[in-house]
Design a binder for this molecule. Sequence first.
Ligand code: SOE
Length: 364
Amino acid sequence: MSKKELRVALLGTGFMGKAHSNAWCQAGHYYDLPWKLRRTLICGRGEAALNEIATQWEWEESSTDWRAAIDRKDIDAVDICLPNYLHAPAAIAAAEAGKIVLCEKPLALSVDEARAMVQAARGVPTLVWFNYRRVPAIAYARQLIAEGRLGKIYHYNATYFQQWGADTSRPPTWKMDPALAGSGVADDLLTHSLDLSMYLNGPITEGIATTRTFAEGRSVDDAISALVNFENGSLGRFEASRFGIGCKNRNAFDIHGSGGMLRFNLEDLNRLEFLDASDPSPEQGARNLLVTDMKHPIFPNFWRPGHIIGYEHTFIAALAEFVQCLASGQDFHPNFADALKVQEALDALQQSAKARQWTPVTHS
Ligand code: SOE
């Protein structure tokens, strides 16, 4: 029997357009998906870039207007990787047209926009591309925490450092315009860290942050540092920067609990460090786990033990699990409601930076 088809329109042709195109190509190769994924339409503004990506990733058709995806009856799912300011209008239009909606992070420019998106998408399945949840080492960290191996968590520390912001000779993109991006590194990298922290360590109740713009004349933040309290009583520290000289894409965390410690760095994404505090103290030390075992989460969908995976696999795994959920009727996470929680935590931190005081995270 031929499989049901899921016909997708991808909105956006940049770096994420490539990452998502690859996921739409590959998900059905690695996972035995119940539905066939069809790359029906790709939309983007620059005709040259659009034609190149359409050809390279074998999209059936292309359009220079993203609204074409909304109007067409033969599109089942809309995948948005447009600049941040277009997330809300595109997602709301797609949801109101009854499409399944996938959206890049951050969900929106503001909490109000994010709430409107959640509201509009009540009746349709959604996914937000917080792709790092699908790094096997991170999924395994969650498993160890859920099994109680870390005991009571005391500290959750996260760093997301890149260094490209310091290169002021780079031509500015939409990411440098607050009207198009929201903020700078806070919307971009900090939202990844916030999502992972809530995935691994639960809700954040309050926080205080400070931001810095190092480059002269730039109107978005280059760096943000924050302290937070988690609902489980642990203390959190976050740092995100585009001036993290020496770091290309260091998305890292360390978590310390009564039962042990976990440490991760995306620049070495197949590895997870784990210290078991129940080992006799003279023998205690971080084990450097290679998270590529057939008993580890996610990894067995790809290769055999030790045959490491990369950045692109996180997008493939997220999409494949989403399609499995679509077919089985199960809820997928992270969805719009999960990303709203990130937006609310981000908003509290941004308010706190302005007011220079601790600010509660309020959820709708
Ligand atoms: C920024 O450089 C960026 O591309 C982010 O926008 C992505 O979300 C992150 O995963 C990698 O870095």
